[in-house]
Write a protein that binds this ligand. Structure first.
Ligand code: ZN
Length: 150
């Protein structure tokens, strides 16, 4: 299969064009900005957490390529309802998926996120796909922080 075709699958295109969970949550300390200088992707993520550090809502704004936008969209869907610790595990699985051959076979918990497996054929695109996750990690730390893929 043509890896490019695999990369630009239907779901990535759909989420890139019509991202879910766009917006901003006010009055939360859990927010961060992310920047991928290699591609120019920028995003701002804000989270609403409960007392157990479970993510109740995740919203993002920003400008970026289809991969970074789709990744942020699918990530916000995947993390709602999960604890900070659970999302950290999911990030590790996702990182495996986009960097290790056959990663999707070892991480069924990724669900829809497995559509990004094709990204590993394009090392430059890995940063587009992981920007939202780096930003998530910064937002969970709670301070006004900036994440970068560099
Ligand atoms: Zn990008």
């Amino acid at each position: 299969m043509n890896p490019l075709r695999e990369l630009y699958q239907e779901m990535i295109l759909d989420h890139g064009r019509r991202p879910r969970n766009r917006g901003t949550i006010d009055d939360t300390p859990h927010r961060a900005d992310g920047h991928n200088p290699l591609c120019g992707d920028r995003l701002s993520l804000s989270l609403e957490l409960d007392d157990d550090r479970r993510i109740l809502r995740a919203r993002f704004t920003g400008q970026g390529c289809a991969i970074s936008t789709a990744s942020a969209s699918l990530m916000t869907e995947a993390i709602e309802g999960k604890t900070a610790e659970e999302t950290e595990e999911l990030f590790r699985s996702f990182h495996d998926l986009v960097t290790v051959e056959g990663g999707e076979d070892h991480h069924p918990e990724l669900g829809k996120l497995a559509v990004f497996a094709g990204v590993r054929e394009f090392p430059v695109r890995v940063k587009c796909a992981t920007l939202a996750w780096h930003t998530l990690r910064a937002a969970l730390e709670g301070e006004e922080t900036a994440a970068t893929t560099e």
